[in-house]
Design a protein around this ligand. Structure first.
Ligand code: HEC
Length: 429
């Protein structure tokens, strides 16, 4: 068939397909269930972090209007990065067509349709499953020394925990998983490492405790080893790569607990996969901090908005990026990062148009992103310190500057990379 003719035929066929969907009744069984299974039930199932299950028709139908609302506003699934800017491996987004199907299902009367027998719900990875040790990898679990008593004062808690490890030899980390103890109240968590062996006294303390000031100003060996939010349970590094735990590494956790009216306990864990043989390629970290801000001071006056720009020194070698993690606190509004190569090429790294403090995570690229020697990385962060910002921790607004406390502000960008190797651009991560 002639190329043009074939295209016309294909076009007519797709019109037909479209019109048949347009006339068809939208049912739960045929159209909605697959969407919920693919995009929602990894969190919305019994004993998981979603506030209710969406496994069955009986779960979904009474909440159909609510589901329509959260999907059309793109509040759910919780994916905050702009997919027209850059894509990530762990992206979870609904297509416009899927959003429209949900809307029509609600309008058409939430019909159930016929669920075929034997059609079981797909069960995505269960975060509480115990993965076993293999020939290449030894999994080790690290628990908080003592269970933390979450006070029943209906206030959010941001607490530090220290887990002693103190390895004698270097170790090579291939995966990191955070396992929340109290799934209802553990809201998000950050895993850090320290090699000074001096932080064991900070267990259960908040960032306001003076005893935690010392390490807040001292560089940790890895201040952002892993950022956990619900649904981002595990990071697996690419084959042949690993992060090194240098001798005397201890783990630090910073856990955010949701407010609770009654006292509850939490005993969270970190599970780390160590390679049994040394890694071939070491994963290194670029941490861009407030020192790189080109329009200092990093200070946001009450009732003002502000925008800060960071510029990182030209890269000294060719690198292959693995993942990226922006970090701001409650006043953050938007975040954007990009790179410019020495040839003037623009590499879009990440854009978060509506910053959401509760859903910050590490974003892994689908493939290595090559940044040649001489590339400069830029980032822009917007902040809203007006009383109109519902996330503002102070009402009325107060001047806010740099600090680790949640009510202070930060602007960080963390990038994981390996030294570039020929062909990395084609490697699927
Ligand atoms: C990564 C985990 C995750 C995924 C995936 C997810 N949710 Fe949620 N969902 C949550 C959590 C946690 C909450 C409660 C906190 C909040 O509202 O942000 C929530 C809240 C909701 C709410 C209540 C919102 C409110 O204002 O109280 C609805 C409705 C909802 N989700 C529907 C969905 C639908 C539909 C999908 C799939 C299209 C989905 N969710 C995917 C974790 C998830």
């Amino acid at each position: 068939m002639h190329f043009l003719q074939r295209n016309i035929v294909l076009f007519l066929m797709s019109l037909l397909a479209l019109s048949s969907v347009a006339q068809q009744k939208i049912t739960y069984a045929e159209h909605i269930r697959p969407i919920l299974q693919q995009h929602c039930i990894s969190c919305h199932r019994p004993n998981d972090i979603g506030p209710f299950s969406l496994l069955t028709y009986e779960d979904a139908a009474p909440r159909a209007g609510f589901i329509e609302h959260v999907t059309s506003t793109k509040y759910m699934p919780p994916w905050r990065a702009d997919s027209s800017f850059s894509h990530f491996k762990n992206e979870n987004l609904l297509s416009e067509n899927e959003i429209a199907l949900i809307k029509r299902w609600v309008e058409d009367g939430r019909e159930k349709g016929k669920i075929k027998k034997n059609e079981k719900a797909v069960q995505p990875e269960n975060p509480s499953l115990i993965t076993s040790t293999s020939n290449e990898v030894e999994l080790k679990r690290f628990s908080m020394k003592n269970a933390y008593l979450i006070p029943g004062n209906s206030k959010e808690q941001f607490r530090y925990f220290h887990i002693s490890f103190d390895n004698k030899e270097p170790l090579y980390v291939t995966s990191i998983r955070f396992i929340p103890g109290n799934k209802k109240l553990v809201h998000h968590s950050r895993v850090m490492t320290d090699t000074t062996l001096s932080l064991s006294g900070i267990d259960g303390m908040s960032a306001d405790d003076t005893a935690t000031y010392a390490f807040q100003s001292k560089p940790l060996s890895d201040p952002f080893l892993f950022g956990w939010v619900p649904g981002n349970n595990r990071i697996q590094f690419p084959a042949q790569t690993a992060k090194t735990f240098y001798p005397h590494t201890d783990l630090l956790l910073n856990i955010h607990y949701a407010p609770s009216p009654v006292q509850e306990k939490d005993s969270s864990m970190v599970e780390i996969g160590f390679l049994k043989t040394p890694q071939q390629r070491e994963i290194k970290t670029i941490t861009i901090t407030e020192e790189a801000i080109s329009n200092p001071p990093f200070f946001i006056k009450a009732e003002r908005t502000a925008k800060f720009y960071m510029k990182y020194d030209p890269l000294e070698e060719d690198i292959s990026l693995i993942s990226i993690m922006p970090h701001m606190h409650l006043l953050g509004k938007s975040f954007r990062a990009f790179a410019i190569t020495p040839d003037g090429e623009l590499v879009k790294l990440i854009h978060i148009p509506a910053w959401d403090f509760n859903w910050q995570m590490s974003y892994t690229y689908p493939r290595y992103v090559k940044l040649p020697k001489g590339t400069i990385i830029y980032a822009e962060g917007e902040y809203d310190n007006t009383s109109k910002n519902p996330r503002n921790p102070y009402q009325p607004a107060k001047d806010i500057g740099l600090g680790w406390g949640t009510k202070d502000e930060m602007m960080n960008l963390v990038l994981y990379f390996v030294k570039y190797q020929e062909g990395d651009e084609n490697v699927i991560l």
